[in-house]
Design a protein around this ligand. Structure first.
Ligand SMILES: NC(=O)c1ccc[n+]([C@@H]2O[C@H](COP(=O)([O-])OP(=O)(O)OC[C@H]3O[C@@H](n4cnc5c(N)ncnc54)[C@H](O)[C@@H]3O)[C@@H](O)[C@H]2O)c1
Ligand SMILES: [Zn+2]
Length: 672
């Protein structure tokens, strides 16, 4: 990116963020998800760091919140209400610690207070001689709105403090919020009266606080957690922890889920724990606030223009993120299906780095109107393949072109087909190198014939040099032929031939899986091989007899039946037989499985990441069949971690605990 491109992007981001700020802070009606806002904001910050000359005073990065709306009287805060710096992962939390420690190198002992970050609206309350005299919104941090009448309706805000000798002036800050059931109730009511619904509890709380009629506010049961105390000088309270306890003794509601931590490790545990536990809370939280406990140290560190250096908010990982489309490509699979994919600027999402997202098909592309250069929101929920949710049209650069699906196969050049009844575009040339490549790679894959050394590169070389036209041709290759290929030494050629030879010993079920029949994954292949111990029996099976097997549905039965009706496929089977592959079961599968069953009974398994062929539920069923148990989180009680692609934090944890790891093939070997 050059400076003029950067300037253009910066302008677009500022405009978009300003619009979002206005919608969020003034209208209480956001136009984007918080996580998207946070990430676009981070992009702007990064660009401004890279091009400091482009920073302007009115950039959204340079100020807190937005100017308050005009219905209420403005009040200037005695002490500004700052924002909080964000950390989006534990690494950034550590970097924050490194930063403040560099600033105060003489500090050895310190503590942190962890608090839940309540997703509501900040209020500043003033008490004179123990009596509430003013309640003000945060506004832009410097000036807020006087909403005292409304604040007085909140029952968890004491009108009078329960203190013997209250100081003459005291300011308390905290978060007003709507409990989830109250939020639901209000929205239900609004639905019945055909009013616009609130987007989320935070906006509902902010909107309620700025209602002009206190009676309406009174009916909506807002609550308040206090978290900051400003006492006059010369007082006894010297830490955040003590001030929280003091607030409680004064009659405030203070969130009970706070923790005093002695190290960053303890903080990390707290954050991890609340990442899941927060779902059980009756109110919304959007992260954890970590504060240095000691006031003296807080004072030494001070504030930046926007936030305290002694506190940070760890935000929970988002399942959606914005990024930029660099290219749109199509991928031809081994079934000939053509899938368009967006190639994007790498982005961190749900614990992994994502660079490609599926665009499914041409209909989806038209619906999204996605173009190269677009900023898009991608989503990766749990184990699902990342996909593009929407395009942020406001951030589209000038002169982009709508995307058109290719009319011809990018691999073999033949015309692509799209049956009227299907959404999928296909290359139907059975000699297409993409299809051949896909089937060879699948044949050699771990759960199929497991031919080590036969990766994508060699497969391409074999195809391009016209050495193989089908998987059966692999068994006629000679070391000399392989040796003539680019970058293949004598030794590696020999090794590859040995690996190909060895694959002839793989059992019938793996051969069946390797054939790549539609819907026949490795588990289905095992089921079929158990019930049809020879290829001849399977090829003669009628649909009802296939479908009568528990676990085999109509769709699979039809697909297997159809596959064996094709002459081309039967020729392949004959050639594989001649080559000496196992197309017949050796031992009764029942015998082997029973002997092992007992050893797995009562063992605890955790599954993480995407397995190559098994769905999670399938893996779980298999484990449970042999008496094992599947749980969600890794602990010292876990016996096995089943690891798929893009495994996340569970893998790290299991490594720490030294838990045995299995891939899908290991798991199947263990179970069957
Ligand atoms: N969706 C949108 O369009 C949009 C627009 C603007 C801002 N936002 C959201 O607002 C955020 C920025 O707002 P911000 O400046 O108010 O910062 P912030 O909300 O990220 O953090 C500061 C606030 O945290 C709150 N808080 C909750 N619990 C707390 C605790 N225990 N201790 C201290 N503070 C606590 C306070 O209200 C404080 O003002 C963005 O990160 C974004 O998520 C969203
Ligand atoms: Zn093709």
């Amino acid at each position: 990116m050059n400076i003029s491109q950067a300037q253009q992007r910066i302008n677009q981001l500022r405009q978009q963020l300003q619009k979002a700020n206005y919608a969020y802070y003034v209208l209480d009606n956001p136009i984007m998800e918080d996580s998207i806002y946070d990430q676009l904001y981070r992009e702007l910050q990064d660009l401004e760091t890279q091009y400091p000359d482009l920073i302007t005073d009115h950039s959204p990065t340079q100020r807190v919140g937005d100017s308050p709306a005009s219905q209420f009287a403005s009040i200037k805060h005695n002490i500004p209400l700052y924002s909080l710096e964000n950390a989006f992962n534990l690494q950034e939390l550590r970097q924050w610690q490194d930063r403040w420690q560099r600033q105060t190198p003489n500090i050895e002992q310190f503590e942190y207070v962890c608090e839940l970050k309540i997703d509501g609206s900040a209020l500043a309350l003033t008490y004179e001689n123990g009596v509430l005299i003013r309640g003000v919104t945060r506004g832009d941090g410097t000036t807020g709105e006087n909403i005292t009448q409304n604040v007085r309706t909140i029952r968890s805000i004491p009108l009078k403090l329960t203190l013997e000798n209250p100081p003459n002036l005291i300011e308390i800050r905290g978060e007003a919020f709507l409990p989830l059931d109250e939020f639901d109730r209000i929205n239900l009511e609004r639905e019945q009266t055909a009013e616009a619904l609130f987007a989320n509890p935070r906006n509902a709380a902010a909107g309620t606080l700025r209602q002009l009629d206190p009676k309406i506010v009174d009916r909506r049961r807002l609550q308040f957690f206090a978290y900051t105390l400003h006492l006059p000088q010369n007082n006894q309270i010297t830490t955040q922890w003590d001030s929280l306890n003091y607030l409680q003794s004064m009659g405030f509601l203070v969130n009970p889920n706070r923790k005093l931590c002695q190290s960053l490790e303890e903080v990390t545990n707290y954050c991890n724990q609340w990442e899941t536990n927060r779902r059980n809370l009756p109110y919304m939280t959007d992260g954890v606030v970590v504060k240095i406990n000691n006031y003296e140290l807080q004072k030494q560190l001070g504030f930046t223009q926007k936030f305290p250096r002694w506190a940070i908010a760890l935000k929970y990982p988002a399942e959606e993120a914005p990024t930029i489309v660099q290219d749109i490509i199509v991928n031809v699979g081994r079934t000939g299906a053509v899938t368009p994919m967006a190639v994007m600027k790498p982005v961190h999402l749900a614990g992994t780095t994502v660079q490609r997202a599926t665009l499914h098909n041409s209909e989806r592309i038209a619906e999204l109107d996605i173009r190269v250069g677009d900023t898009v929101i991608i989503r990766k929920a749990g184990e699902i393949i990342p996909e593009v949710v929407r395009v942020v049209k406001e951030l589209r650069p000038p002169q982009t072109q709508p995307y058109k699906m290719p009319t011809h196969c990018p691999e073999c050049g033949s015309l692509l087909m799209r049956p009227a009844t299907e959404a999928v575009t296909r290359c139907v040339n059975s000699y297409c190198s993409a299809i051949l490549r896909g089937s060879l790679i699948h044949w050699a894959s771990r759960d199929a014939l497991d031919i080590r050394g036969l990766g994508e590169k060699i497969v391409m070389l074999l195809i391009n040099n016209k050495l193989v036209n089908s998987v059966a041709d692999l068994y006629h290759l000679t070391p000399e032929q392989i040796f003539t290929l680019e970058r293949m030494g004598q030794k590696s050629s020999g090794k590859l031939i040995t690996a190909i030879e060895a694959s002839k010993k793989q059992p019938w079920s793996r051969v069946l899986y390797g054939l790549g029949i539609r819907y026949v994954g490795s588990v289905t292949a095992r089921l079929l091989a158990d019930n049809f111990p020879t290829v001849d029996e399977l090829s003669q099976a009628c649909i009802p007899s296939l479908a009568s097997i528990h676990g085999i549905g109509e769709e699979i039965a039809q697909s297997v039946f159809d596959w064996f009706k094709i002459t081309h496929n039967n020729t392949l089977i004959e050639r594989l037989k001649e080559a000496g592959l196992q197309l017949v079961n050796e031992v009764s599968p029942l015998e082997t499985s029973i002997s092992i069953q007992s050893t797995l009974a009562g063992k605890t398994f955790v599954i993480t990441g995407t397995l190559p062929t098994l769905k999670r539920t399938e893996a779980q069923t298999l484990i449970e069949k042999v008496g094992g148990k599947v749980t969600n989180s890794v602990s010292s009680k876990t016996d096995y971690l089943v690891v798929g692609e893009e495994a996340g934090s569970k893998l790290e944890k299991a490594q720490k605990l030294g838990i045995t790891q299995l891939n899908e093939a290991d798991l199947l070997a263990l179970i069957m």
